[in-house]
Design a binder for this molecule. Structure first.
Ligand code: SF4
Ligand code: MSK
Length: 648
């Protein structure tokens, strides 16, 4: 029990871990025990297998690989390959959405439509697409083609880079790292890291930042924009989180992965009258649809679909014995799900041709009549309800209320109202030191740490220090499970300045901005703050920091790199695999003799094992930024009166 307690923080997960023992079901937590002695060459990043003279491993006795590659080259090459993989995942997600938009515009995507014409028109105008006297579909087609060109352009730099503050664009220009087409950046990463090409660790790392920029200001940014066009721009809504959202008397369907298109259509399918009737006839009182990981965040943000849990709860959800089906798409879906599902009546259904698992039922939701395909999936889940073994069912009671749906538009609206939507009140609150700074907390949970703990300890400490927290991905689910994504958190935890602002505006002190691809919404919000004025002209001058607290995915490395290249310091709760090269490690962490990456971009990576130590250093960095902006004067503390509230 103590041992299990050291693995997970929330009670629901603990209960399910105990049940996994009783039911003899293996989970990632057991497999982590079996993998405990990690390969030290892997941890240091000094294993190279890019050619078949190797694999070569760097040691004191063998400081070079067979070709002569040293630790610096090997570690930097491995790092760049991780960035390229992370960039591919997020950007390919973006590409799939653009293709969906294109098919909608061409009238080929049944069941889908353009939900937010305002965002479509705004983006079309941004890129010089004619919008006057034209049909919405033809504008959408032009925008989809323009976005597709962001993947394939060979020499022209990405148009979406222009969304960044001018000063930052100048820094990228001066460094020669404005990315061209996203596909080209990834292909070049693989080329440079193949045997006998790029051996200069700094040159390799610079391309890592360039590739990551093509993700943050390209593929991921486009993914968020197109999602809003197709599925609607999120606005605040209430929902709930943790395994207690499952119900004993309903058919329970979990949606898991990242891409929102299929889960969107599933949410439509479960509301169809004939499907509800089908569920009743099977003896269920209804259908509960809930999410895991970032697909969960996508449908939460737009429909209030509850969060069953984050990444490391995917098997634990099945262990409730109450899940009829888990419908998966891409990314962060463990192959181990199949073994867990075998012990119950749960069926794992894969929906994307590029992501299959032996043992999962494959039911692709294609372009032709996707709603019918989605209804077939739901009916199959309902059929499974009859196979549920009640003696194996145990649903934890734990579930917490939450408020999510904070797109940048929604934040603007909350701050300024319909007619004066703007970031001005937030900028003023920062300048007046009611809000000390802003921290974005993103990333996963990992078996290397007690789940959710780093995220929740750090978040609490930051709130106490009057720091507004923006969250995405599984980190946001960690806070949701702790009951922190509510306005009441301001009263219970936040420092006095932050509390005043949250009370006046009516927002929680932790804003849930979406899935891990939506980290670009944090960049968008930061750019809005710059454009609003009074806090410098570049992202690097803001009193703002990013955190990947419990990260584990290659996507997080790419995200970290595009934030650092954008001038935002990134704190890591788990280290990179770069310690085998002092040069690479020191460059990335800004600790080499000439300032490393900080000299290039004004920001670097920081690794802190202890969240409270991280909070201290974050405070120092924010304080230094405030000093730089000349806004560190002491404000007389006063409570907001009616006049102040009206002004906000
Ligand atoms: Fe070894 Fe060089 Fe081949 Fe890497 S590229 S496996 S270091 S010979
Ligand atoms: S799902 S990438 S564990 S945030 Fe986006 Fe969560 Fe990290 Fe996967």
């Amino acid at each position: 029990m103590d041992n299990l307690h050291s693995k997970v923080s929330d009670n629901a997960s603990l209960e399910m871990l105990e049940k996994s023992k009783a039911d003899c079901v293996e989970t990632c937590f057991d497999r982590a025990e079996h993998q405990k002695t990690h390969c030290s060459f892997g941890l240091k990043g000094v294993c190279c297998r890019v050619c078949h003279m190797g694999p070569c491993r760097i040691t004191v006795k063998a400081p070079k690989g067979i070709c002569g590659a040293d630790a610096d080259t090997i570690v930097a090459r491995n790092f760049l390959r991780e960035v390229a993989a992370g960039t591919s995942a997020h950007s390919d997600h973006g590409r799939h959405l653009i293709l969906k938009l294109k098919h909608v515009a061409e009238g080929k995507a049944e069941g889908f439509a353009i939900k937010d014409e305002k965002v479509l028109l705004l983006n079309a105008r941004r890129y010089g697409i004619e919008t006057e006297n034209r049909g919405i579909n033809s504008i959408a087609l032009d925008l989809a083609n323009l976005f597709l060109n962001e993947f394939s352009s060979q020499e022209e730099t990405l148009k979406t880079l222009e969304l960044a503050p001018k000063k930052r664009q100048g820094i990228w220009e001066a460094k020669g790292i404005k990315p061209c087409g996203i596909d080209r950046m990834v292909v070049e990463s693989m080329h440079r890291t193949s045997i006998g090409v790029d051996h200069d660790y700094k040159n390799l790392l610079m391309h890592a930042f360039r590739t990551a920029l093509s993700n943050g200001w390209g593929g991921s940014r486009i993914a968020s924009i197109v999602s809003d066009i197709l599925f609607g721009t999120p606005s605040p809504l209430k929902s709930s989180a943790n395994l207690g959202v499952l119900k004993e008397d309903t058919v329970n369907i979990l949606i898991h992965g990242h891409e929102p298109a299929i889960s969107e259509i599933l949410t439509v399918a479960v509301s169809a009258p004939e499907i509800k009737e089908y569920a009743k006839n099977a003896g269920a009182s209804g259908i509960t649809i809930a999410g895991i990981c970032c697909t969960a965040n996508e449908v939460l943000m737009r429909h209030g679909v509850p969060l069953a849990g984050n990444m490391l709860q995917q098997e634990l959800a099945i262990i409730t014995g109450a899940v009829e089906m888990m419908v998966v798409d891409v990314q962060c879906v463990m192959p181990g799900l199949i073994d867990a599902a075998k012990e119950y009546h749960t069926e794992i259904v894969s929906t994307t041709d590029m992501a299959k698992t032996i043992g999962a039922k494959h039911m692709a939701v294609g372009e032709v009549n996707p709603l019918a395909a989605a209804k077939e999936i739901v009916k199959r889940a309902i059929d499974n309800f009859k196979k549920r073994d009640k003696s194996k069912v145990k649903i934890p009671a734990d579930k917490e209320e939450l408020v999510a749906g904070f797109s940048v538009d929604a934040i603007k609206y909350m701050l300024g109202g319909k007619y004066r939507a703007s970031f001005r009140p937030l900028n003023d609150a920062i300048i007046q030191n009611r809000i000390f700074g802003v921290v974005g907390i993103a990333g996963c949970t990992s078996t290397k740490r007690r789940t959710d703990e780093y995220i929740n300890v750090l978040t609490e400490e930051l709130l106490k220090r009057n720091i507004l927290v923006l969250q995405t991905g599984c980190a946001a689910i960690s806070s949701a499970k702790a009951g922190r994504l509510t306005p009441e958190t301001a009263l219970k935890i936040a420092g006095p300045g932050l509390r005043e602002v949250c009370e006046a505006v009516g927002i929680p002190p932790i804003l849930h901005l979406g899935s891990c691809v939506d980290n670009t919404r944090i960049l968008e919000a930061a750019t809005e703050i710059i454009n609003e004025g009074g806090l410098g002209e570049d992202l690097g001058t803001l009193p703002a920091v990013g955190v990947a607290a419990e990260w584990m995915s290659e996507k997080a490395i790419s995200i970290g790199c595009y934030f650092v290249a954008s001038g935002v310091d990134i704190f890591l709760g788990n280290p990179f695999y770069t310690s085998g090269s002092a040069n690479v490690h020191n460059y990335l962490h800004g600790t080499d003799a000439d300032g490393g990456v900080t000299k290039d971009f004004g920001a670097c990576f920081h690794y802190y094992d202890d969240p409270l130590e991280a909070a201290k250093r974050i405070t120092e960095i924010i304080n230094a930024a405030r000093e730089g902006l000349g806004i560190n004067r002491k404000e007389e503390r006063k409570l907001f009166d009616m006049k102040d509230r009206r002004a906000i």
